[in-house]
Design a protein around this ligand. Sequence first.
Ligand SMILES: Nc1nc2c(ncn2[C@@H]2O[C@H](COP(=O)(O)OP(=O)(O)OP(=O)(O)O)[C@@H](O)[C@H]2O)c(=O)[nH]1
Length: 352
Amino acid sequence: MTDDTASDDTGPEATGPENTGPENTGPENAGPESTTPAEPAPGAAPDQPTRAGFVALIGEPNAGKSTLLNQMVGAKVSIVTHKVQTTRARIRGIAMHGPAQIVFVDTPGIFRPRRRLDRSMVAAAWGGASDADIVLLLIEAHRGVTDGVQGIMGQLAQLPKATPVALIINKIDRVKAETLLALSQQLNEAFPFTETFMISAERGHGCQQLRGWLAKTLPESPWLYPEDQIADLPMRMIAAEITREKLTLRLHEEIPYQLTVETEAWEEKTDGSARIEQVVYVARQGHKGIVLGKGGETIKAVGQASRVELEEFMGRRVHLFLQVRVRENWENEAERYDEIGLNYRDGDDRSK
Ligand SMILES: Nc1nc2c(ncn2[C@@H]2O[C@H](COP(=O)(O)OP(=O)(O)OP(=O)(O)O)[C@@H](O)[C@H]2O)c(=O)[nH]1
């Protein structure tokens, strides 16, 4: 182990042959919370056509997009913290509802970009929206029509006319019913929303109705992802996001937005555990020391916290290995954007 590698895995390293047996539990068998494809709902008419498509979640930072996604998909596919702009990648979660496959695109918060990376996030958010079959605009009930919301509403007019756009008023647990009705009326006068839902993403209120509406509104189509691919599709990404969340919480304001985590290797062990190798990329040499901490204590604590959460999430043992590498000018390397799911091209930026 070099000084930039950490693992809190104190158990004996498994040395058995590569595990390829059919009994091997893949990341798709990630425990009760994982994204699990459902059979067509009991009672669904056998001749009902399958439906599928992309649903984009649009909203100001902190509106509750990740919370709603987790609620819909039933798995922790993106990270919820109190910080804004925690969502770096276009993480997709897939929900099955009867014969419908609902593919969620969790866009980064839409906000005024300052740096190039920020601009790519905005472009990705709007790109996700215009490619989507359905757009959901999330508003925070207690904040009402902010400047940011007004800005986003102005942009909605640029979407293809046929795209259904639903207004989702979230955090209804924070306001009175009269406030909600007035807000809904005000917003519906400003834009012709196809439908309005009032929900609490955190508590799950209204989410079942929303899911039902999405399922019946998506176009008739074969499923976009084969059933056996659905569950493990985002696992590496989820694992990387869990570690990035632990880093963010540990490093506070220091450098969280200038680092990224990638899962480089994932090996299933014959004893049912998983060996996961991840790399934390930092933008500057100086940041490496901060992430490692004195005597490697920071990265060790991060690794430990991440491993505990991964084990809880996956329902089995995890051996987690973290490395820290410097990738200078990461933020300006256009080719990196594709890898984290951001496709930025000059001219794409619709935020101005
Ligand atoms: N009271 C209340 N809080 C909620 C609700 N939904 C989400 N929150 C909280 O709002 C905060 C932001 O939620 P996120 O899901 O991270 O928001 P986001 O839109 O994904 O944020 P970004 O990733 O920054 O774009 C978190 O603290 C959530 O717990 C809700 O229905 N009621």
